[in-house]
Write a protein that binds this ligand. Structure first.
Ligand code: FES
Ligand SMILES: [Fe+2]
Length: 413
């Protein structure tokens, strides 16, 4: 068993309601642990079914540092595999997306069909069993056009998420969307600082003047209804038949909430950015559906478009933020929307957030850093994220220890 004693001590030293001990943000050992114990154990939102438009459409990417392939098989289902050849382990597909009729290893040309079955392996001699050398599968789930993968043998239960969030996502018609824009941003900060920042709007009044035009920056927790404006919104959504009451479990959260009065989209001026709507119900004046997956993402779906934010940890102090903007597939750029206008708000917000995460990291690097208290009022979702992290990390170590125990017992006898 790996030696988790230092990480265990740091988790144990964490003061409730406070930011994490320095080593949990800054140690390379913790970064490697996070990849294994967090990112390779839970459901990760990787994108949308429309990104796999045909049989053989695939994406090769990394989850928790592990190379994987997600591909559409001949029956139309999405399948996921570890991106490593069953011969001597070469990477099968270079990172990126494409379309293949079969997967051919570039090294010695072992060839797999779209279901991961080995269909060619030259000069392997008698007694070689192709059946036992298929690609190793990973779990894939789709929900209303969104796509998730999990590398764990036993993933967290997806069904409650499917039941609660599926009906909220359906009206946004992701199966008839297109990616209007994609952008990546390198942030020189630990992934947990990136996510802590993404889970609060305590900094919004001071640092996001553009976002504050449309986003209720003083909203509580999971957008619980407190004002008349919110109560009216909730009533109207019920009339429109749009589900959206807050729902959550430890690894996900979703709620439809009202934008500021007069705003119908999350844009610089609150006006819709796309004339052809993804969700035409209520003329697209339906607030925003925020759906978030721990440990790495959040999405906002207004009537006219969806913005997806995901964080991809690169190393201890560098994180890639991947953003995707979706619009209706029939929306024509230059006619139904101006791309610069569509992306301006989230581009500006992401750049502002990058600067905040980097300044947070620089300060956390200080020998004078000590964990500080989160605001129970304004940072409840940060606390939720950090609690999720600590709980998952402790559970992972406890499971590893339990598995290792018999060996210790025998050794001690
Ligand atoms: S490693 Fe793939 S065919 Fe040899
Ligand atoms: Fe922010």
């Amino acid at each position: 068993m790996a030696d988790y004693s230092r990480i265990k001590a740091a988790l144990g030293a964490r003061e409730a309601g406070h930011s994490l001990p320095q080593s949990l943000y800054n140690d390379d050992e913790v970064f490697a642990f996070d990849q294994e114990a967090i990112f390779r154990r839970t459901w990760i939102l990787i994108g949308f079914e429309i990104e796999f438009p045909a049989t053989g459409s695939y994406q090769a990417l990394h989850i928790g540092g592990a190379p994987i392939i997600v591909i559409r098989d001949r029956q139309g289902a999405l399948r996921g595999f570890h991106n490593t050849c069953r011969h001597r382990g070469a990477e099968l597909c270079a990172e990126g997306s494409g379309k293949a009729t079969r997967l051919v290893c570039p090294y010695h040309q072992w060839t797999y069909d779209l279901a991961g079955k080995l269909i060619f392996a030259g000069r392997m001699g008698d007694g070689f069993s192709p059946e036992s050398h298929g690609l190793r599968p990973i779990h894939v789930e789709t929900l209303a056009g969104t796509v998730y993968v999990c590398l764990a043998d036993s993933p967290p239960d997806f069904q409650p998420y499917r039941d609660a969030v599926g009906p909220m996502l359906e009206p946004h018609d992701f199966k008839n969307a297109k990616i209007a824009h994609e952008a990546t941003l390198l942030e020189r900060a630990n992934w947990k600082l990136v996510m802590e920042n993404a889970r609060e709007c305590y900094h919004c009044a001071g640092r996001h003047p553009e976002l504050a035009v449309t986003f209720p920056i003083y909203a509580k927790g999971n957008f619980e209804t407190v004002s008349e404006h919110e109560a009216n919104f909730e009533r109207r959504m019920v009339e429109l038949g749009l589900p959206g009451l807050p729902a959550e479990e430890n690894w996900w959260q979703a709620a439809r909430f009202p934008l500021n009065e007069g705003a119908v989209s999350m844009t610089m001026d609150g006006k819709r950015a796309v004339a052809k709507l993804m969700c035409p119900i209520g003329d697209g004046d339906i607030g925003s559906l925020r759906w978030a997956i721990e440990p790495h993402s959040f999405c906002h779906s207004t009537g006219d478009f969806t913005f997806m934010f995901t964080c991809i940890p690169l190393n201890t102090r560098e994180t890639l933020v991947l953003g995707k903007w979706l619009v209706h597939k029939d929306a024509v750029e230059g006619v139904d929307y101006d791309l610069a206008n569509l992306v301006r708000l989230w581009d500006a917000t992401n750049l502002e957030d990058r600067d905040l995460c980097e300044l947070n990291q620089r300060g956390v690097n200080s020998p004078g850093y000590v964990p500080g208290p989160y605001s129970a009022v304004a940072e409840s979702l940060v606390l939720r994220f950090v609690n999720y992290y600590v709980t998952q990390a402790k559970a992972f170590i406890a499971a590893a220890e339990a598995e290792a125990e018999p060996i210790h017992a025998i050794a001690a006898e």
